[in-house]
Every structure is written in C-alpha cells, then in structure tokens.
Design a protein around this ligand. Structure first.
Ligand code: ZN
Ligand code: ZN
Length: 281
C-alpha cells in the first residue's frame, strides 16, 4: 500500500476506539478534491482501511447534507462496525488511551456525557492517508510509547535541523533502529501535513506571498512550526506555517513572536508583519 497524501491526524478518543470518527475536509487539498468529486451530501460509500498490512471494511459518509451548510464546510465520517474487528485492533494499539477513558467512563456518573480529555502523556494519534486506490486508505498509529521516544530523541536537537529533515526528507541515521522506525512514522506525518499545506498555498510564502524560484520553473517553500517542534512535538496543521526560505531563516535568526489572534509576527525591532495568505490558521 503506497501512501499518497495526508488526510488527517486524529487524536484518539472513545468514538475512534469503538465505531468511527469525523474528518473535517477543509484545507485538505487532494483528499478534499477527491471527496468533492464522488461524495455528495448525505451519500456514503464502502472503503477499505489498511492497518499493518490488514484490510478492514468501513464506510465513509458526507454528513453535512442540510442545505444551510456551506459546501466548503462539508464534513465526512468514517464508520466501522461497533466493537468489530477494527475496533478491537485499535483498542489493542491504543491500549493506554483505551484503559484511561474506559476507567473514567466506568467510574463517573453515567449521566455525564462530556468528552473525556486525555492528559498530555496519554495522547495518541491515528494518521490517515490516501493511497493509489481511491477507495482504500492507510492508517498508521502513533502511540504513547512512540511519543515518549520522540520526546527523548528531540531533547537537545536543533529546530532548524529537524525542520530541514521534514521539509527535504533528509534522514537522521544517528537514532537506533527501533527508535528510527518510530521516528519515521512521525517524520512522514510531519512531512505529509506540510506538503498538503504547501499545495494549499500554491507554494507561496504566507508572510510575503512570493513563490520563490517560479521564474526558474522551481518552487522552494518550507513548513515552519510556530511552536517549535522539538519542544512542542506538535505537528498539527494549525502549528505549521508555509514560508519562503528567507522568511524561515529570519524567523529562526531573530525569534519573533507570532500573534495568533492578529495573525502577525512581531519582530524584536518592533516591526510587525501580517500574514498575506492564510486559510488554515
Ligand atoms: Zn516570504
Ligand atoms: Zn521553522
């Protein structure tokens, strides 16, 4: 199964462990286009989900079919049989989240139905990718143990070096084999999320709007982590920004503060620079 494009990074919750999850399709360029082509509001279709070489039947459905919803806000759900084969396998992988949530569910007042938030050290993720077959998706698990390894490996690393690995697919051969396999999954997810955002902005810098290298038939653009990845370990799309190499170097040189509310960088010399392109922050 060849991985093609990023679809979603889903934090593990009870629903994912038992019957399915929601996929927002805003800002997911390739996947959003594929879905727009074949799935109208209210429609669903059968798909295959691949996890560790095994295939599981599931359905994907477009759930926002009321006319009052804007077409852009269409939301998809992936559903599998409740407590069926895939659910069992997912519970096995995400045992730490599963046990934690299960215990709270069993001990709390049953009338409380609010979502159970996992503490930081329990958070686990399911990564979803398209494959060369439009009805098949690849699932990869990032479990608490992987995150722990990542935390250890990232300690003492340099942000620019890590980001270069993600942006240019440079491999780090210093980590041990076991660690490396875990890092590969996370590196891939990081890169695929960045690649999707690069497509979303047409390879233009969100700060200056330039597409560097266009006149040479090239396009050089980089994904930057707003909260540095080595400390936040956060590769969510909303922590990545697409920037030209110049802006990227300047950001790491002077460490400006990003004001999320006003969508601008405040540099040490007082200069403020607002994003000229933004669709995802
Ligand atoms: Zn720029
Ligand atoms: Zn950066």
């Amino acid at each position: 199964m060849t991985t093609e494009n990023y679809v979603y990074k889903k934090e593990v919750d009870w629903s994912l462990l038992t019957e399915g999850f929601t996929l927002p399709i805003n800002n997911q360029v390739v996947f959003g286009q594929i879905m727009g082509l074949f799935l109208q509001r209210g429609e669903s279709k059968e798909i295959n989900l691949y996890l560790s070489g095994r295939s599981y039947k599931a359905r994907i459905m477009n759930v926002n079919f009321a006319p009052r919803f804007n077409r852009k806000k269409d939301t998809l759900q992936i559903r599998y049989s409740k407590n069926g084969e895939l659910s069992k396998v997912l519970k096995g992988y995400f045992l730490r989240s599963y046990n934690y949530i299960k215990q709270i569910r069993e001990t709390r007042d049953p009338s409380i139905r609010t979502m159970i938030k996992l503490p930081e050290e329990y958070k686990e993720y399911l990564a979803i990718y398209t494959t060369e077959d439009e009805d098949s998706y690849l699932l990869e698990t990032i479990v608490a143990d992987d995150m722990q390894t990542l935390r250890e490996i990232m300690h003492g690393q340099q942000e620019r070096v890590m980001e270069a690995e993600f942006n240019y697919d440079v491999k780090d051969d210093t980590a041990g084999l076991n660690q490396k396999e875990k890092l590969d999954k996370i590196r891939k997810l990081n890169k695929k999320i960045g690649d999707n955002l690069k497509l979303l902005y047409g390879y233009r810098c969100q700060i200056c709007g330039h597409k560097i290298g266009e006149e040479y038939g090239s396009h050089i653009v980089e994904a930057h982590h707003i909260d540095y990845f080595i400390s936040s370990l956060n590769n969510d799309a909303n922590n990545q920004m697409i920037v030209c190499p110049n802006h990227h170097s300047i950001i790491h040189d002077v460490n400006p503060v990003f004001d999320r509310r006003r969508l601008l960088y405040v540099y040490k010399n007082g200069l403020e620079e607002k994003l000229v392109l933004n669709r995802h922050l």
